[in-house]
Design a protein around this ligand. Structure first.
Ligand code: CTP
Length: 414
């Protein structure tokens, strides 16, 4: 399965760099070609000559190299491969990639590539566990970067814990999986150019008193990924987000809200739009009257919380008679009778499309990285395999771009 594949291998500077040489050997044994790139720090651990002998080709090291640019520009280099692998991925390389820096060859290639990137981190365990590295890994994961490892064990520095580079054969297995699961659908560039898209995402928090609130497990990953994908397809995107722990998508006008009523107000303020996508897990109920001071325990016993229903944002937009977006998309988070409930929601909330997902216990969808969805519209149902949320987002956006294109050209609805 690796036969004929081209791997661009970026070797970072770490004590584990020697294992990258073994990785090259394993890849070539399986028929893959390897293009080698080394950071200046990697030279402290292995030599360009040893990497070149194993890859059987030139090793690229510098961003501004006249000979390299004459042979193959770095943009071309970043796209010539089927997969980009970073091993070892140091804390520094991860931080650069997470922040979009491009001040040396390795970081420039990571920013310029249009291929999947697989990182095999290796570093001291305190560096791996540092909040900055955790944040960077989270950002890269949201950007669709894949990770293998790090493994746990005794480290070169004598400490014990996570941070060891995965074994070369485990990295080979991750490479095979990454290539096999190459389900990415390229977003038609500019397919939503000139279109305005409004997306809701995350949970809402409904206050009980100044310190307590009603919430749910939504992480906002799916909604944020949709906003990011729509923006990448050229749309002007407004994201109305409940409280989440993830970063605002770059280039997206993100408006932060707490409650369902605030979310509705921001969505209405963001209208008119061409497409509305309600991915938020809006709390169905709020307390009738949130207390102005903290509730205290007392002789009266547990408080009697009276709940009232929140406005339904999706239904409010779907049922608009004036300025209704051309496409209104809802989600249906269900634990039972998934498709029947999704179809009922399609009608009740006057949507054009419902993305239904099973959020039952054990599915790991709420708060997780993957999602398995079914698309329900007036015509029928289409089920997608389990995909990472970024890919689900890309596919949804590609579908909406096609739909809006057909509507504009008066073509048929599929
Ligand atoms: N939704 C909304 N406003 C609400 C409740 C839900 O906009 N007050 C939207 C969600 O963003 C989602 C869709 O409606 O797109 C369905 O949400 P879901 O929680 O699955 O449905 P509910 O309306 O809560 O219905 P039920 O209680 O029957 O599950």
């Amino acid at each position: 399965m690796l036969k004929g594949k081209q791997i661009l291998l970026i070797v970072g500077g770490g004590i584990a760099a020697y294992k990258a040489l073994d990785l090259v050997r394993r890849l070539r044994e399986r028929g893959a070609g390897v293009l080698g790139v080394m950071t200046p720090a990697a030279r402290q651990f292995i030599t360009p000559l040893s990497l070149a002998s194993l890859t059987g080709g030139k090793v690229h090291e510098e961003l501004f190299s006249l000979t390299d640019e004459a042979e193959m520009g770095h943009i071309e280099l970043s796209r010539a491969a089927d997969l980009v692998v970073v091993a070892p991925a140091t804390a520094d390389l991860i931080a650069k990639a997470a922040n979009g820096l491009a001040n040396d060859l390795a970081s420039t290639l990571l920013l310029a590539t249009d291929k999947k990137v697989l990182m095999a981190p290796a570093m001291n365990l305190r560096m791996w566990l540092h909040p900055a590295t955790c944040r960077n890994v989270e950002t890269l994961t949201q950007d669709g970067v894949l990770f293998v490892g790090p493994g746990e064990g005794e480290m070169a520095c004598g400490e014990f814990g996570p941070g060891r580079l995965s074994e070369p054969l485990d990295i080979v297995a991750a490479i095979e999986t990454a290539l096999r699961k190459d389900t990415r659908i390229p977003l038609p560039q500019g397919s939503l150019f000139g279109k305005r898209v409004v997306v809701t995402s995350g949970p809402t928090h409904e206050p009980i008193d100044p310190v307590r609130y009603i919430a749910n497990r939504s992480s906002g990953r799916q909604g944020h990924a949709i906003a990011r994908a729509a923006s990448a397809a050229g749309a002007q995107v407004v994201l109305v987000s409940g409280p989440v722990a993830i970063v605002d998508p770059p280039g997206v006008d993100t408006r932060h809200v707490e409650t369902a009523r605030e979310m509705l107000a921001e969505v209405e303020a963001a209208m008119p739009a061409d497409i509305f996508i309600a991915a938020a897990a809006v709390a169905d109920w709020r307390t009738e009257a949130a207390g102005a001071s903290k509730m205290k325990k007392g002789a009266a016993g547990a408080p009697d919380l009276r709940l009232v229903e929140n406005p339904d944002i999706l239904a409010a937009i779907g049922r608009r008679t004036a300025e209704r977006p051309r496409i209104v998309v809802g989600f249906a988070a269900e634990t039972d009778d998934l498709l029947a409930n999704a179809r009922a929601k399609l009608a009740r909330k006057a949507c054009d499309l419902i993305v239904a997902n099973d959020v039952g216990e054990g599915t790991g969808v709420m708060g997780g990285l993957r999602n398995q969805v079914h698309l329900v519209d007036a015509v029928g149902t289409e089920s997608w395999p389990s995909l990472d949320k970024e890919e689900v987002a890309r596919r949804i956006v590609a579908r909406l771009a096609a739909l809006i294109g057909e509507q504009s050209s008066g073509g048929p609805r599929s």
